[in-house]
Design a protein around this ligand. Structure first.
Ligand SMILES: [Mn+2]
Length: 348
């Protein structure tokens, strides 16, 4: 039988939290500020309000870029890194808390297929991925919003709980990062109000400090990828697109490899060009010089690039998708294949 998709009241959520004596939270496998910060906020909240220690674990190691920022105002080591979540003895716990996690198995990557929350464990699911989240827990609070941190802020406020300066810093980081600093379509008045009110709780900091931490942290690898992507970029006005390519030789020359994954794809630089419908970037494969990975971005919210990606054995979202192109003699040949496929598909 389909589970009823209904939210619990804030009161019910906090009542369930208050009863926990040994709670655990497995951070969402997607490594971002909203995931880490929402878990850390709940850790501080549980200690302050209920005097309970929330064990927070993450399946992987945490990238230094997060540590540099978060360690300035709280101790990121409250999250245990590289924990094999599949082998946790859940019988030691009485509550499983999920924040920012759309699927109950998404506590490792790839997700744990058919993960079942142990029967004796009360589960709580607080998340903003409405539409993807199927209300998998005993207690659910799922609402379409720009971030889980803004939902937590809302919950604390509704129930009149105190927000400490550390919690405020974490919530602001989560809200700003997940909303791309108020640039995603889910942004509403409450995001701006939350950040305005939270900043006032941290006397020594202003909004610029947070924006600085989130935007002035480009790694050397991201810089080198951007440099290569822009060097070969072409604005094709006739076909209303912008594209670029990166070869293995070029990567070797600057000292990077495909294993150095930038947290922001360099194709993001290309998608912003006006009067285009879409952008794409080709990267030559390491083991097959005749193969290229294809990253697609849409410039126009109504132009669906996932349709193009599917033609190249991939998929994705309407505005961001990807695939692979095989058996081409040059980047130019691969570019030609993409553009003629788009024209054939008649997506405009
Ligand atoms: Mn999120």
């Amino acid at each position: 039988m389909e589970k009823e998709q209904r939210n619990n009241s804030p009161q019910e959520i906090f009542e369930a939290l208050s009863k926990a004596k040994s709670p655990i939270c497995c951070v969402s496998a997607r490594p971002d500020y909203d995931g880490f910060c929402s878990a850390l906020v709940m850790n501080e909240f549980m200690a302050n309000e209920f005097g309970v220690d929330l064990r927070v674990v993450y399946y992987n190691s945490i990238a230094d870029s997060f540590k540099l920022v978060i360690d300035k105002f709280t101790d990121l080591s409250q999250i245990e890194e590289s924990v094999d979540v599949g082998s946790i003895d859940f019988s030691k716990y009485d509550l499983m808390l999920y924040t920012d996690t759309s699927d109950k198995g998404f506590i490792a990557d790839p997700k744990i297929e058919n993960f079942e929350i142990p029967k004796d464990l009360v589960s709580i699911n607080i998340d903003h991925h409405a539409g993807q989240n199927d209300y998998f827990a005993d207690y659910n609070y799922v609402e379409k919003a720009s971030s889980t941190c803004v939902l937590l802020y809302d919950l604390f406020k509704k129930q009149g709980y105190e927000i400490t300066p550390t919690m405020a810093s974490l919530l602001v980081l989560g809200i700003l990062d997940d909303s791309l600093i108020f640039q995603v379509e889910e942004v509403r008045t409450k995001d701006l109000t939350a950040v305005a009110e939270l900043i006032d709780l941290i006397p020594a900091r202003d909004l610029f400090d947070f924006v600085y931490e989130l935007t002035y942290n480009q790694t050397k690898i991201e810089f080198l990828y951007s440099k290569l992507a822009l060097k070969n970029a072409i604005l094709d006005e006739e076909n209303e697109c912008v594209y670029s390519f990166i070869t293995q030789k070029e990567m070797e020359e600057v000292g990077i490899s495909l294993a150095d994954k930038p947290s922001i794809s360099p194709v993001e630089l290309l998608r912003k060009v006006a009067v285009t419908d879409y952008a794409f970037l080709l990267k030559q494969s390491e083991d097959d010089p005749r193969a290229y990975s294809l990253s697609l971005r849409s410039h126009d919210p109504d132009f669906d690039v996932s349709v193009i990606a599917r033609e190249f054995g991939g998929g994705g979202h309407k505005m961001a998708a990807g695939g692979m192109i095989y058996d081409v003699g040059s980047p130019q040949e691969a570019i030609g294949r993409v553009i003629s496929k788009v024209n054939e598909l008649n997506l405009r």
